[in-house]
Design a protein around this ligand. Structure first.
Ligand code: PEP
Length: 256
C-alpha cells in the first residue's frame, strides 16, 4: 500500500444499527458521547443511524454532544402521501436527523434500484439532509470481473441530476463483505477506491468534495489496516457498532 499523508483527514464513523435496538440500548451511548467530547476527537465525526423508532430518543440523548444522528432510508418523495409504512425525508429532517443512508445493499436487495435510489437522494437533498450513499458489487458481479462497471452504473445513475455534492458521502460496501466477516484484500480495496475516485472525477459536482468510506465486516482487528488505505476517510460499521465497547475500540484504533 503506497503511503498517503492522512494527517489532515477528519475520520467519519457511521454506526448502522439496521433493524436492531430498543429503548434499553440507548444506555450504551454514554461512553461514545464521552469519547466524542475528547479533544483528540475534535476533527472527526460519529454518525449514529438507529432504526426510525429510536431517532427521537437518540437525537435528544445526543443533543449536547458531537454525535450526529441519521436515518437508514427514506421514501422517494418528499411530499406527504398515502404510502403506508413509509417515512419521507421531510419527516426525517423535521425530527432533527441530519443524515440518511441511501442505496444500502440490504435495501437494494429489498427492491431499491439505481433509479429509485436517485429519486431518494434528490428528495433528501431537497430537504438539506446529508447523504450516506452506499455502493458495492455482489459476489457474482465480482467473480465476473464486473465490479468497476457496476460501481460506475450505481454512481452515475444514483447521483445523476445532483446539483451540489457537498452533502454526500460515498460508502463503498461490497455486498459480499456485509455481515459475512469477510473483507476485501487490502490491495484490491485500494484499487477499487481509486476506481471510485476515477469514476467520480468525471462528475465535477460529485468530485469537488468527495469523501469515500469503507463498510463491510469492519472490526477491531481489520480496521487499522483498512484506514491506512489512501482516500478512505471513514468507516461504516454495522454489527460491531451495536456494541459500544467494540465501536469505541475501532474508533480508538483508527482515529487520525
Ligand atoms: C452495514 O450494515 O453497512 C455493514 C457494513 O454491516 P457489517 O459491519 O455488519 O458488515
Amino acid at each position: 500500500i503506497n503511503s498517503f499523508n492522512k494527517t489532515n483527514v477528519n475520520m467519519i464513523y457511521i454506526a448502522n444499527w439496521k433493524m436492531y435496538g430498543n429503548l434499553a440500548d440507548i444506555k450504551s451511548l454514554k461512553n461514545v458521547i464521552n469519547l466524542s467530547n475528547q479533544k483528540k476527537f475534535k476533527k472527526s465525526k460519529i454518525i449514529y443511524c438507529p432504526p426510525f423508532t429510536l431517532l427521537d430518543v437518540f437525537i435528544k440523548k445526543t443533543k449536547n454532544s458531537k454525535i450526529i444522528i441519521g436515518a437508514q432510508n427514506c421514501h422517494f418523495t418528499n411530499s406527504y402521501g398515502a404510502f403506508t409504512g413509509s417515512i419521507n425525508s421531510k419527516m426525517i429532517k423535521n425530527i432533527g436527523a441530519k443524515y440518511v443512508i441511501l442505496g444500502h445493499s440490504e435495501c437494494r436487495q429489498a427492491g431499491d434500484t439505481n433509479t429509485t435510489i436517485n429519486k431518494k437522494i434528490i428528495s433528501a437533498l431537497s430537504e438539506k439532509l446529508n447523504i450516506i450513499f452506499c455502493i458495492g458489487e455482489t459476489l457474482d458481479e465480482k467473480k465476473k470481473g464486473n465490479t468497476k462497471k457496476i460501481l460506475k452504473k450505481q454512481i452515475s445513475i444514483g447521483l445523476s441530476k445532483v446539483k451540489k455534492n457537498k452533502n454526500i458521502l460515498i460508502a463503498y460496501e461490497p455486498r459480499w463483505a456485509i455481515g459475512t466477516g469477510i473483507t476485501p484484500r487490502l490491495q484490491d480495496l485500494e484499487k477499487t477506491i481509486l476506481e471510485i475516485k476515477k469514476i467520480c472525477k468525471k462528475m465535477p459536482n460529485v468530485y469537488s468534495n468527495l469523501k469515500i468510506l469503507y463498510g463491510g465486516s469492519v472490526n477491531n482487528e481489520n480496521s487499522s489496516q483498512i484506514v491506512k488505505i489512501p482516500f478512505i476517510q471513514g468507516l461504516l460499521i454495522g454489527k460491531a457498532s451495536l456494541n459500544s465497547k467494540k465501536f469505541i475500540d475501532i474508533i480508538k484504533k483508527t482515529i487520525i
